[in-house]
Ligand binder design. Sequence first.
Ligand code: 6GU
Length: 273
Amino acid sequence: MRIDVVTIFPEYLEPLNVSLVGKARARGRLDVHVHDLRDWTYDRHNTVDDTPYGGGPGMVMKTGPWGDALDETLADGFEAGAHSPVLVVPTPSGRPFTQELAVELSERPWLIFTPARYEGIDRRVMDEYATRMPVVEVSIGDYVLAGGEAAVLVITEAVARLLPGVLGNAESHRDDSFAPGAMADLLEGPVFTKPPEWRGSGMTAVSLSGLHWMLGRRGRDEAFRRTAVNRPDLIERCEASAFDKKDREILSILGWSPEPGGRFWRRPEDMEQ
Ligand code: 6GU
């Protein structure tokens, strides 16, 4: 996979040299190119922003540098044999970034990220590229960052670990929390390692024996409880047929009731725990 990032803070992308993403690059699974947007400015002050039409606070990133930067980045990539680019535009107004979108992006051969600062990029830039290639605006959560660079790091890490040959064990991400088709979309449960006894807190005989693992219930009950408490929206989304007897017991203890439609719900006043 080829990844291009155009940014006014190339040094913000340094972590792409480290850890899993760094190793994927070293192994040739990822070909990352970080570009300084200011290389495509031609005035003394390397201006990339201007005041917004119609007034309002903040500054807007100008069409000129972005258009030239993206044209040259595209030309370079095509010349190097890359094809089928997708423009990934980080913005708090974008489509929520989910594991499903990570899987979708991991299946593309070429991603071009355009993290912006200020109030964002003049709309005409993405409208123009959208006539030639898929453009996907992506938000990594319901909060506002000062710029899109941190989102590029997040998205790239989530995508890179899905590429064949990047994680040691190809099975490792099959039961990730949020993996499409993960067991009833549960969060992952707690994990433990040696020593068996720590500050007065020990492992149960069942955990130590590996019986949980063999029964396919490794941490399942705790995972289920954690999901019901931290992510009630995931439980509400589930068909009740996805829950076994033990799940129903746990839901009942936590104040959930089955409703005629087949799903579970919980009285709002029980929400705090
Ligand atoms: Cl992608 N960018 C910015 N600036 N803020 C965000 C975001 C992106 N996702 C959530 N908040």
